[in-house]
Design a protein around this ligand. Structure first.
Ligand code: ADP
Length: 488
């Protein structure tokens, strides 16, 4: 908006008309004092200021405006009928005005000047806004930077207080902070701790895969500087991302050597104990079988019943020892499978018959549904039988009040799925993710259901070695469906 200041209403009127015709918005004041008041309230793009006015003259008005922050940059065009001499014109410029027009006003010249000033005003305004924006941007960045520095400082203090090795790197994986523990395993900040020659170079692999932004978690052996001993550490490195960009990585290496040694001792013990148990147990079973066969004619003798029980229990013990042996083999990576063409349907039928026989005291109904396989699959028949026995005996064991079990097979897209469905007690949802874990039992302390919590873990490993998957769907009180898949 343009402010026209003149003590004569007719002058204001004619100027307003000229400017409004060209699309400019105008306002007017008929004295210097009035103009100053208006300037404080409204933002004007330009002031056309009459020099000769009663009271405050144009120069005084311009001087006052140039002394106030809000108005000092408003361009002014002085209008004067008289002061054409050079010294008056100069005075106009000194007092903050920018241009000068003498009366009578030539509308074309006035418009030319107004347009120029208006454009100048718009540009100045835009520049001003940009400046304000940039200033606030700079301020914000400075604030964010100092906050970040503070946070980093906090993080470093926290990492320093940790008993583990701790470090941070920039987004490119270059180490920029290490705590004191680092120096037990590395000579300097720029060297990573030395790994055991048999362990994969996790640091190198991680650096090659930075772009995937996947956290790293690996167990490796690190060489201690002083003793030159290797100690097991759990290495964890996690990305810190901002606006979809990894800005840094934070890592720890926790000494788990003691736990590893204990685990090894336990595995060694399991292995030795199960091997040692296996031999006498096989003898007990074999002699019980021979005795039972010998006593077949007197099978209604009390001793026959006792012997049969000895045989049953020896059989159960044998399965437990078998599980323990398998677990120790798994720990040492030695659970081998022997792939051959096998008739799965035959194995399923055999396992169903055995389960029915060993549970002769119950009226079990094991139903067979789904697609029958009419050609051999490639698998380890003994191991697959072991999985089926495990699934089926669990379905019977954990469903003491139901005698119906369904064995279903489906083939879809070269994948065979075997499902064993029971109507038993089911598994609470929060425990489902762990049922295939080693030593996990839902009813841990229950004497009603004996077991070691190893069977399903072994099944999972066997199926994984065949390239398949294990899983379970279950609802408490409704039953469970355990399944495994095999590539056909
Ligand atoms: P175990 O039966 O020796 O405890 P498993 O590894 O075979 O060990 O099973 C692990 C746990 O999963 C069992 O302790 C039991 O709590 C649960 N579980 C397995 N099968 C079933 C099932 N069919 N119904 C309900 N719970 C089951």
């Amino acid at each position: 908006m343009i402010l026209i200041v003149d003590d004569k209403q007719e002058n204001i009127y004619s100027l307003e008309k000229t400017l409004q015709l060209k699309g400019f918005r105008t306002d007017s004041a008929n004295s210097g004092e009035d103009a100053l008041k208006k300037c404080l309230k409204t933002d004007y793009a330009l002031i056309i200021l009459d020099v000769q006015m009663p009271g405050m003259d144009g120069y005084e008005v311009a001087e006052t405006l140039s002394g106030t922050k809000k108005t000092k940059d408003i361009p002014i065009i002085f209008l004067s009928a008289v002061n054409r001499e050079k010294k008056y014109i100069t005075k106009g410029y000194e007092s903050g005005g920018i241009d000068y027009i003498t009366k009578p006003v030539d509308p074309d010249i006035l418009l030319l000047k107004v347009k120029t000033f208006y454009r100048l005003y718009e540009q100045t305004f835009a520049l001003q806004q940009m400046k304000t924006y940039l200033e606030s941007e700079v301020q914000q960045r400075q604030k964010a930077q100092s906050e970040l520095a503070e946070k980093l400082q906090e993080l470093n203090v926290t990492l320093e207080a940790l008993p583990q090795i701790a470090f941070t790197t920039d987004g490119m994986g270059n180490v920029d902070f290490v705590n004191q523990q680092w120096y037990r395993y590395a000579p300097s900040k720029d060297n990573w701790p030395e790994l055991h020659p048999d362990d994969a170079d996790v640091f190198k692999t991680w650096k090659l895969q930075l772009e995937d932004r996947k956290p790293l978690q690996k167990e490796v052996r690190l060489k201690e500087n002083n003793t030159e001993n290797y100690r097991y550490h759990l290495v964890k490195i996690a990305p810190v991302t901002k606006d979809l960009e990894t800005i840094r990585w934070v890592g720890t290496m926790t000494d788990i050597d003691e736990r590893k040694q204990l685990e090894k001792k336990k595995d060694d013990f399991l292995s030795v104990a199960s091997h040692e148990l296996k031999t006498p147990l096989t003898s007990i079973k074999a002699f019980a079988e021979i005795a039972l066969r010998t006593m077949k004619e007197s099978s209604n003798h009390k001793a026959y019943g006792y012997l049969a029980k000895v045989h049953d229990q020896a059989q159960k013990l044998n399965l437990l020892v078998q599980d323990l042996l398998d677990i120790s083999r798994l720990e040492t990576g030695g659970l081998k499978i022997n792939i051959q063409p096998v008739d799965l349907e035959k194995i399923i039928q055999h396992v169903i018959d055995t389960t029915v026989m060993t549970n002769h005291h119950r009226k079990l109904q094991i139903l067979r549904t789904g697609t029958r396989l009419n050609k051999p699959i490639y698998a380890d028949s003994l191991r697959i039988e072991q999985v089926l026995i495990n699934y089926l005996s669990n379905a019977v064991k954990y469903a003491p009040n139901s005698d119906v079990v369904i064995v279903d097979t489906q083939i879809d897209d070269q994948v065979l799925t075997v499902k064993i469905q029971d109507e038993g007690m089911g598994i609470p949802p929060h425990k489902i993710p762990f049922v295939f874990d080693k030593f996990f039992r839902v009813q841990e302390a229950s004497a009603q259901f004996q077991g070691l919590g190893l069977g399903l873990h072994i099944c999972k490993e066997i199926i994984a070695q065949h390239g398949g998957l294990c899983g379970v769907e279950s609802q408490v009180g409704q039953g469970s469906t355990f399944y495994f898949t095999l590539p056909v």
